[in-house]
Every structure is written in C-alpha cells, then in structure tokens.
Design a protein around this ligand. Sequence first.
Ligand SMILES: [Zn+2]
Length: 683
Amino acid sequence: MSATNPLLQPHDLPSFSLIRAEHVLPAVEQILADNRAAIAGILQSQAQQPTWAGLVLAMDELNDRLGAAWSPVSHLNAVCNSAELREAYEACLPALSAYSTELGQNRELFQAYQALASSPEAAGFDQAQKTILEHALRDFRLSGIDLPLEQQQRYAQVQSTLSELGSRFSNQLLDATQAWSKHVTDETALAGLPDSAKAQMAAAAQAKGLDGWLITLEFPSYYAVMTYASDRSLREELYAAYCTRASDQGPNAGQFDNGPVMAQILDLRQELAQLLGYPNYAELSLATKMADSSEQVLSFLRDLAQRSKPFAAQDLEQLKAYAAEQGCSDLASWDVGYYGEKLREQRYSVSQEALRAYFPIDKVLSGLFSIVQRLYGIEITELKGFDGWHADVRLFEIRENGQHVGRFFFDLYARANKRGGAWMDGARDHRRTAAGQLQSPVANLVCNFTPAEPGKPALLTHDEVTTLFHEFGHGLHHLLTRIEHAGVSGINGVAWDAVELPSQFMENWCWEPEGLALISGHYQTGAPLPQDLLDKMLAAKNFQSGMMMVRQLEFSLFDFELHATHGDGRSVLQVLEGVRDEVTVMRPPAYNRFPNSFAHIFAGGYAAGYYSYKWAEVLSADAFSRFEEDGVLNADTGRAFREAILARGGSLAPMALFVDFRGREPSIDALLRHCGLSEAAAA
Ligand SMILES: [Zn+2]
C-alpha cells in the first residue's frame, strides 16, 4: 500500500489528482505510528541534556511529515467534498485528536522542553526560539499536563469529541446548503437580476440537466437575489431558506439541524475550560490571545457599539424612508439588501454590478501583484504544469532578488461541493529543516467568487476584490516570513486576535485611487475606471457603515458572551436576543437561525475570538495610517511593514511588533475615521 500511497510519498507539492479516499486512513495511521516510535527515540537520545536540534527540530520534522499528508486531505475535504472523502477524513479525526492530546500530556516530553529552556544552550537562543519554548510550555499546561490521570483522560475524550462535532457542524451546513434549490422556468420571476447572475443560474440548471434557471444557496446566487430581485416574495423565500440552514426551522427544518451539535460543543468547551482551571471557555480562549481579559474585550466591543449605534440607527432611518418612497412601508430583513443597493445607486449613481465590468480577474490579479511587488520588493509569476484539484486552480511563485520565496494556489470560484466563504491555509511552513535545508512555504487561497460566463473573463464585484486582498494579506503573512523556526514562522504562533492585521491591512488598497488604478480596467476596452465612477465609489465607501459595524459587533458580542456566560440558564438564542437588545437596529424575524450556520465559531478557530476582526482592525487601520502619511505605494514604508510585521510571524508579542512599526501603541482613531464613524464624519 505505502509504495502507491501518494500521501506517503515525499513530495514537493501534493499529487492532488492521485489522492483517493482509500489512501487517507492508512497514511495517517502509518505516520502516527512512525511518529510515536520516533518520539520514543527522541526522548531516549535527549534524556541527558536536550538540545534544540535533538528535540525541537526533530519534533518539527515529525509535525511536518504529518502536515504534508493531512493538509491536502483536509483541503480536498473542503474544496472537493464527496461522501467517500468525508468518511475517510472523519475516520482520522479521533486518531489525530488522540495523538495531539498524547503529545500535550507526555510528561517526559514536557520535562525535556523544560530542561532545554533552562539549559546553558538556551542562553544563546534568539527571540524566536525563546518564544517557541515559552509557547510550548504554555501549551503543555493547556493540554492538561498538570492534571491527574483521570482528568487527563477526560480531557482527551472531550477534545476528540469536539473535533468530531466541529466536522459534523460543517458537514450539516454544507449539506443543508446543497439540499435546497429553486427551479425557475419563467424568466419574469427573475426580474431585476443582472445578466451575469442569470447566466450563472442557467449554468447551474444545465449542470443538473434542467432547462431554465436554478437558484441555489451558494453565496453568489443568494447575494444576487437578495440585492437585485424585484420580486419581494422570491427574496423572502430565499432569505428564509438561507437563514434557517441546518436548523429546526425553514424548508428543510430538522433535517440537518446543528442545534444539538452546538449545545454539545458549548457544554464540552465549558467542561474543558473548567478542567484546566478557567471559569469559562472565554477565559481559556484568552490564554493564548493578545487581549488581557474578558472585561477588556467586552468593554472594547461595547465602546465601539456605543459609538456606532447612533450611526446605524440613522442609516436604518434613511433606508426606511427611501423604501417607503418606493412603496415599501414595512421594511423587512429580506428588503434591506435590495433597497440598500437601490439607495446606493440613487445617492451615488454607482452599483456593484456596473463596477464588475472594471474588475476582470486578470486585471485585478496583475494589479494586486504590482502593488505588493512595489511595497515588498517581490516578483510574482504564474507556474504551469502542476497537479491541481480542479481546472480553475492556478499556481503562482513569489521570488525576491531572483531567489525562490514561496508558492500559492488560487481556487477562486464558487462551485458545488465546495465549502462557502474565503480562507487561506498554510499548506507548508517556511523553516530550516534538521538537515539544514531551507523549506519554502506554500499557501492555499480559497474564495467563492462568481465564476466566469462563457466567452467572458470572471468579473468581480468590488466586495469580491476586497475579499481577495484580505485573503492575499493572510497569504503574504504566511509566505513572506523570514523566521526559520517552524513554530513561529508565518502565521504560526501569532495570537489569534492579531492574525487579521495583515489581511485587513491589505483591504485598504482596494479603496485608494492609486491602488484602484492598478487593479481596474474595463474587460472589453481596457479603459481605466472613469474618474466620476471612482469618485462615486469612494463617496459610497461608508454607505451604511454604521449598520455594518453593529452587525459585526453583534456577532462578536454574541460569540464572546456565549462562551463567557455558558451555564447561566440561557439558551443560544436567548444570548443572541440579549445582545440584539443591546446593539441591533434591525431585528430579524423570529425564525432566523443565524447561529446554526456560524461556522467561524462552531467549526473554525474563532470561538470566543470573533472579536479578533474588530480588535485587529484597530491595528490594521492604524498601521495603514502610516501609509496615508508616507504615500500608499511608498516602498520604504512597505519594506518597513514587511520587516516589522510580515517577516516576524509569531516570534514576538503582537504589541511589540506593532510598536516597532508605528513607533507607538495603537489608537482607535484611524478605524473610526476609515469607517466614517468619528464625530467629524457625523457632521
Ligand atoms: Zn481573515
């Protein structure tokens, strides 16, 4: 088996097309068995006096081999999901969770790290090495190294169940998303929709052997209906299907209900926190974050809420007044996107759809690349002839002064059996291997953009362009690191509430005339974005920003409170209602089951950490304000950002890195100004 198992072959890039479900479990079992034997060997050889090379580098090698096999599997499970692959993936979760807990609770290994940290060799360690040891000792404690055996076993059980529950949450959400569709044969039902959206819906119908149009819950389809469909009942129908996915409500009520999964996840997280001596999961979550305490997080969010709620209320009043003028005097949740877009068009004469023609994918990519080339002194070129997982996938190489730096995959378009959303995952770390070789990093960048229509390039909305820049920022953080120690290179070891700094930072160039000039050009004529359209777009930037801000704050407060107050007798929905009392200006209908699709906190890494977006946005906005002072394409400032932030990964506390770049601690002013939420902007 192993001779033909592509997951067990040493590889530069994974052979995606050769990976089959039947390879997955045997490869993982083989590697875990090999790693266990290797760890026993490491402990024996390091028993006297552990060394960096003998202990940390040797452990890095084992991690890396496991990652080289598991990364393509979990990636394919997310982007080319199938029943067989899903089953194979899930079959591995208990074994992987057990292995990880076993490492975290391995007393001999813990003692070896302790001995290394207090060895004479440690006196000569650089900052990255010191941080790695600090994190390692902290993580042993957070894995229950100090607990009595019985509680250690319970910890292992809880972790294993949590990893399965997270996977079940994603699966049920994906299944619920795929389970609903609406077949339309009369084009008049689609009145108001742009041709691009109709073409997608026709293609979706054709793919299922149907005539007419197929509306699905994949994001581009959902978004198009909610923004443009003039048929109010169609919007209401789609809204109800979308916001009740994987719940006890809506058209597929009870079929993929994530409710019980969420309840179990929350109970187990609470138990985990208490096992480790924390009063609740929010406190446990903060043990590895930049924020100091729950009070600090909550007062940060509430302060922002207090500042932005009046703006949000004003946004809503204006929207209601406009909708009433148009004959809709009872504005509902399924009207907000529709009238919002109409009002934006009326007020600024600019529509997302009209802008699309100016953002063909290749122009956007070449503009994005030239921005980062100017800022960071790198070159990016496309590579051909690689083994991918879908015809849309593209591979690029970053070079600096002619030297190879790293590579990244783009998988940009929405399709069936692909998880929604956008993300970057670090498929391979930048590190110096035990043999002394430099291993270059690889990143997977995944989005769910509207695919191309036949005969046209893919045309992005400005929102999609912004998402691309965001994920690319994560990619650069992973790829442009100069740290050679795996534990803190790229995004490794970066506090979760600082990890959105480089990503949100990149979004700024989508709003700068100099950036826009590089990323836009009409797909037919190549003509640049006309000045008047550009002016209107910039004027529209903060349209409804108050409402957008309180929405993000609602998610953040809900997530944090849910984990901070678990066990106070309130249900998930009651916690959400409480938060809405505090911050929301537009109440959704009672059947809305938003939490059931909140994968960030139930299936991703954002539990008691969704606040990170806003937290890091303070940092990113303030970091960008130095570019506003120096010039947004200023190469010196770009190099300074790269060396202070992007290059240094998790080697130093995020506050220290920030101060190094900005010369002072962060201030919230830039964020408020960028969002049009400062006092001056209210005038
Ligand atoms: Zn992000």
